[in-house]
Design a binder for this molecule. Structure first.
Ligand code: IVH
Length: 691
């Protein structure tokens, strides 16, 4: 692979040698999962610089780091009959187009590129007889025992429904949920956490005597065997694997993408669309995908194209930006969440991860921080997977000299009372401390939308003993609020100054609180801050029970009967509602909306969007996203977050954010509706009152 033009070769031999050492060490750590030395992006960049330098100085010895399939990986004892190659990487649309064009009309298939550990499997007479890691590509380690012992690996059957003999290659990977579980088990046994799911697979699979089980999954991307000889198409071969009960990358990719999205084709546009779709869905997949693989479908064409030393010529890996980066810990902030739980936020040296600069990242619990020996100055791995809050997944390397383990405060920073340290999670039992978080959450834009009621004002109202629970907000007067002193933490010349809230702000707050009463029932349910209920659950509960009265009367069984609520959630919600009974009573007395909208409206079937599944994209005039979704529900629609074959209508607002959903809707022939039309419809339906 030719390095991109922007890569700077090393000028000095010593720098070059050092970089080669670094890549080899990082490669070894990467392969055995024992630790992390370089983030993916940094690793690729270094290898590219080494390659560029080798071209300028052919006599400088790069010790194979640019040509070896797996530099630094330990070669195992089992030789592969055919080498397990790597894939050449591409990162631009132009390179995608160039590759597809070079194939002269041969069909290509696009698959998610699973970020785990490559594995070769041999089946004999329908039984899995051997599993081998890739190792250095030529020889790998026998991991049959680890793969076949309970609970096995999802998607990788130990026995087949039919006495088939042949080989399968694919990736063993860990889902996001399994990764969390694996890291919890590992840190509980006193070991350093894995930085990402790939490291966790590599580190867990080779442990023969591990006492705890780590759930893992498998996705096949190649299959060979006598019966498959006549089958030329990769897609058909993968279909065969599926019949054997083996999960394939093809099938997972097809299942994840909106129905109708082609994962094979000959046109550059179709290939690009499929790659974009994988990239766009990556955050929601729940499994680690670091790119999309573009591969020729026909085996005959593949054979004609052949391979170079480390990778086939018939496939390319389109790499997405890495979702893990490394940074340095500057501080740890301690706060109390809306359920009283102590929360720990890492303040880190700003670092770009997948397009966003990350400065703060959540940390696990205090036990984790202590087990990992985290200290101010430690190097940490930051993972930003999807839309979730970035998280510190691991402490990297040894603690640098002079860095002491961080000492958590023994008391709550808000009330100075000792924590309840009964469990793994520390809690502050002072209701006022969680109340500040709860008030801030309830006042946020998508819930009550009370402008100006941020953390500082909430803390001031609680400290002044004006607010002891959520409902107290609704009896406040501007006079009471105006004289409350508060502490401004803002970075202004007044920072640290104690001020009073003042009449102007107080009046604005009272107006905001008053307006909050009129918000839809769903938002009042959300505002209660009951565990396991967020915005979506608020809407589900409101539309199922229709009145606050009915919701309060609901039994655990009634709740468990709601779509999307399991027995555990039902119990939690039931208990939460019971605990909040007094507050709910006061909210009702204050005059909040207690019925879901349009109870008196025409029967469901005559609502304009009755029975339709609707997706909203782009900016809708006069409404934020939540309001637009609520309006669609009032019109009878079921709202979904992504366009699929099940979508009936895509409501298209303005802005570039609408583009990709629009493209998908066009591809799937989904009807679109201009946002203005939707706003008009909503206004007409609610009798002229804008929602
Ligand atoms: S095709 C010659 N398809 O990515 C190898 N590989 O970075 C043909 N990988 O070595 C591989 N998902 O371990 C292929 N859908 C997929 C894949 C995939 C993950 C891995 C594989 C490969 C590595 C290259």
């Amino acid at each position: 692979m030719r390095p991109p033009n922007t890569v700077t070769p090393f000028a000095e031999r010593s720098e070059f040698d050092q970089a080669v050492d670094h890549v080899r060490t990082a490669g070894a750590a990467y392969h055995d999962g024992t630790g992390l030395v370089l983030a993916d992006g940094e690793y690729d960049q270094l290898v590219a610089r080494i390659a560029a330098t080798e071209q300028l100085h052919p006599d400088w010895n790069g010790r194979g780091v640019t040509t070896d399939i797996a530099p630094g990986a330990a070669a195992g004892a089992v030789r592969h009959t055919t080498p397990m190659l790597s894939l050449d990487k591409i990162t631009t649309k132009a390179e995608v187009a160039q590759f597809v064009e070079s194939l002269n009309g041969s069909t290509v298939v696009v698959e998610a590129k699973f970020d785990g550990m490559a594995c070769h499997l041999d089946y004999a007479e329908g039984r899995l007889v051997r599993a081998v890691t890739r190792g250095d590509g030529t020889a790998g380690e026998d991991i049959t025992h680890q793969v076949t012992r309970e609970p096995g690996i999802a998607g990788l059957p130990r026995t087949l429904p039919h006495p088939w003999t042949g080989s399968v290659r694919g990736e063993i990977y860990m889902t996001a949920v399994d990764f969390e579980q694996a890291n919890t088990a590992r840190t509980a046994s006193g070991k350093p956490a894995f930085a990402n799911p790939r490291g966790a697979v590599a580190g867990s699979i080779r442990k023969v005597g591990r006492r705890y089980t780590v759930p893992m999954s498998f996705a096949a991307y190649a299959i060979t065997g006598d019966e498959l000889q006549p089958i030329d198409s990769h897609l058909e071969r993968m279909g065969y694997a599926r019949l054997l009960g083996i999960t394939t990358a093809t099938m997972l990719t097809m299942g994840a993408l909106p129905a109708g999205t082609l994962i094979h084709g000959t046109r550059i546009e179709d290939v690009q669309l499929a790659i974009d779709a994988v990239g766009e869905l990556r955050p929601q997949l729940g499994y680690p995908v670091d790119g999309a693989v573009i591969k020729v479908d026909s085996r005959r064409v593949r054979t004609g194209m052949g391979s170079h030393s480390s990778a086939p010529r018939w496939a390319k890996a389109f790499k997405f930006p890495p979702d893990t980066a490394f940074s340095t810990l500057h501080d740890i902030e301690v706060s109390v969440g809306r359920t009283g739980r102590a929360g720990f936020t890492a303040i880190i040296e700003p670092v770009p991860v997948n397009g966003t600069t990350i400065r703060r990242a959540s940390l696990h619990n205090v036990a984790w921080i202590e087990q990992q020996g985290l200290g101010v100055g430690s190097r940490v791995a930051v993972m930003r997977a999807g839309d979730v809050i970035p998280r510190i997944t691991a402490v990297v390397g040894e603690r640098p000299d002079g860095v002491a383990p961080w000492q958590p405060p023994m008391t709550c920073p808000q009330c100075d009372q000792p924590w309840d340290r009964g469990g793994q999670l520390w809690r502050c039992v002072t209701p006022a401390c969680s109340l500040v978080s709860l008030l801030t959450y309830a006042a946020s834009r998508d819930v009550w939308d009370i402008d100006g009621l941020g953390e500082e004002i909430a803390a001031a109202l609680v400290a002044a003993e004006l607010v002891g629970d959520l409902a107290d907000l609704f009896v406040l007067t501007a006079q009471q609020i105006a004289v409350v002193p508060y502490f401004r933490a803002a970075r202004t010349s007044e920072a640290g100054a104690v001020r009073r809230i003042g009449m102007a702000t107080a009046q604005k707050l009272v107006a905001g609180i008053d307006a909050a009463k009129e918000k839809p029932l769903a938002r009042h349910i959300t505002a209660l801050g009951i565990r396991m209920t967020g915005r979506r659950m608020g809407r589900t509960l409101a539309s199922h029970f229709r009145t606050l009265e009915a919701l309060r009367a609901a039994t655990v069984d009634d709740l468990a009967g709601v779509d999307g609520i399991g027995p555990e959630k039902a119990r939690t919600i039931f208990e939460g509602l019971a605990e909040q009974s007094k507050v709910i009573g006061c909210l009702v007395a204050a005059g909040i909306t207690t019925t879901a909208e349009n109870l008196d409206a025409p029967a469901d079937a005559s609502r304009p969007l009755a029975g339709k599944t609707v997706v909203v994209t782009g900016a809708v005039p006069g409404m934020n996203r939540t309001e637009a979704q609520e309006a669609a529900e009032r019109l009878g629609a079921t709202v979904s977050g992504s366009v699929s074959a099940k979508t009936d209508i895509l409501i298209v607002g303005t802005g570039t954010s609408a583009r990709s959903k629009l493209a998908k809707a066009e591809q799937l022939n989904v009807t679109t509706m201009a946002a203005e039309t939707f706003v008009g419809m909503s206004r007409d339906f609610s009798g002229g009152t804008p929602s």
